[in-house]
Ligand binder design. Structure first.
Ligand code: ATR
Length: 294
C-alpha cells in the first residue's frame, strides 16, 4: 500500500471487520463501528456473521484466511473463541472471555473489552471509579463473569454476586479470589430475600447482568422492593427494561446497557486501529441505529 492511501498517515486498520454471534441480526455494532471508521478516514467494512455454535472454529479459520483485520465476538461464542486464537491477553484469560480479536499478519490475539466498557459506563453514568467501591452483580453467566473479574482486578473493594444458581456465582468467586485476592467476594442465592437484602446493603452500584428483560414475559431478576431510593442501578441490556423502570419508580438512579456497549466498542476500535476512538460519533451511530429499531 502506498503511504497516504489511508486518510490519516500512521493509522493502521483498513480492511474487513465483523461481529460473530448467534443470533447477531439485531446488532447495532455495524452502525457504531461504521461511524468510527468513517470519522477516522479508514476504509473498512463491518459485517454481521451468524455463526452456529459448531461452526465457530471453521468461521475463525476462514476469516484468518481471508485476512479480516479483526472482529468482535458475542453470545454464545465469547468463551469458546479462546480456543480458536493464538494469543489471549492476561485480562481476557482471567475473565475467561474474548469479545475482540485482532489479526496481525495471521496471528490472532484475543482481548476482552466488556469489563472496560462497563467500567467506563459506570463512570459516565454515575460518576464513580471502580477502585475501592462495592458492586453487586445480579447474574452469574458469561457477561457477569467477564465484568466482575475485571472489576475485582481493577481494585473494587468488594464484589457481591446474586444468582438463581448459587454454584455458578461461586465459580466466579473462586476465579476472583485467584486473580484478585484483595477483593472481598460474597455470593448469595437469588431465592433468599434476607441474603439479597444484606447483599444490597452499602453497595455503590447494582449491575443487572442476567438475560432477564430481553423478553416481554420475563420475570424481574431481583425483587425491586428491596432497592432503596438513590441507589445506582445499571442494566447490561441495551434498553430500559421493566427492572430499570421499576428501579426508577423507586427513586434509584438508572442507566441501561448502551453505555457499556458504546465503550466496549470504542476500546475494540482502538485495539484494531491504534487510534483514539471518536466516542461522540460512535454514540451517535449507536443511538441512530437503536432509534431506527424502535
Ligand atoms: P450471558 O453469557 O449473556 O451472561 P448466560 O451465561 O446464559 O448468558 O447467563 C444467563 C444469566 O441469567 C444467568 O445468571 C442465569 O441464571 P442461572 O445461572 O441460574 O441460570 C440468569 N437467568 C436466566 N434466566 C433466569 C431466570 N428465569 N431466573 C433467574 N435467573 C435467570
Amino acid at each position: 500500500m502506498v503511504a497516504g492511501e489511508v486518510g490519516r498517515p500512521g493509522i493502521r486498520g483498513p480492511g474487513k471487520y465483523a461481529l460473530l454471534g448467534f443470533p447477531v441480526r439485531h446488532s447495532v455494532s455495524p452502525q457504531m463501528q461504521g461511524a468510527a471508521f468513517r470519522w477516522a478516514g479508514i476504509p473498512a467494512s463491518y459485517e454481521l456473521i451468524e455463526v452456529p455454535p459448531d461452526q465457530l472454529g471453521a468461521v475463525v479459520a476462514r476469516l484468518r484466511d481471508q485476512a479480516y483485520a479483526g472482529w468482535n465476538v458475542t453470545v454464545p461464542h465469547k468463551e469458546n473463541v479462546l480456543n480458536c486464537v493464538d494469543e489471549v491477553t492476561p485480562e481476557a484469560r482471567a475473565a475467561g472471555s474474548v469479545n475482540t480479536v485482532v489479526n496481525r499478519d495471521g496471528i490472532l490475539r484475543g482481548h476482552s473489552t466488556d469489563g472496560y466498557g462497563l467500567e467506563a459506563a459506570v463512570r459516565e453514568s454515575f460518576g464513580l471509579d471502580v477502585p475501592g467501591r462495592r458492586f453487586l452483580f445480579v447474574g452469574a453467566g458469561g457477561a457477569a463473569r467477564a465484568t466482575a473479574v475485571w472489576f475485582a482486578q481493577l481494585g473494587a473493594a468488594e464484589v457481591r454476586i446474586v444468582n438463581r444458581t448459587l454454584g455458578k456465582a461461586e465459580r466466579i468467586a473462586e476465579r476472583i479470589r485467584a486473580v484478585a485476592p484483595g477483593c472481598t467476594v460474597r455470593c448469595v442465592a437469588g431465592a433468599e430475600p434476607a441474603g439479597v437484602v444484606s447483599a444490597l446493603s452499602g453497595v455503590d452500584v447494582v449491575i443487572q447482568a442476567t438475560s432477564l428483560g430481553l423478553h416481554a414475559d420475563d420475570p424481574l431478576p431481583l425483587d425491586v422492593a428491596l432497592l432503596l431510593p438513590g441507589m445506582a442501578v445499571m442494566d447490561m441490556i441495551y434498553r430500559r427494561t421493566p427492572f430499570l423502570l421499576e428501579a426508577a419508580r423507586r427513586g434509584c438512579r438508572i442507566a441501561d446497557g448502551r453505555g457499556m456497549l458504546l465503550h466496549q466498542g470504542a476500546r475494540s476500535f482502538e485495539l484494531w486501529t491504534g487510534c483514539s476512538a471518536p466516542v461522540a460519533e460512535m454514540r451517535a451511530g449507536l443511538e441512530a441505529a437503536v432509534a431506527a429499531r424502535a
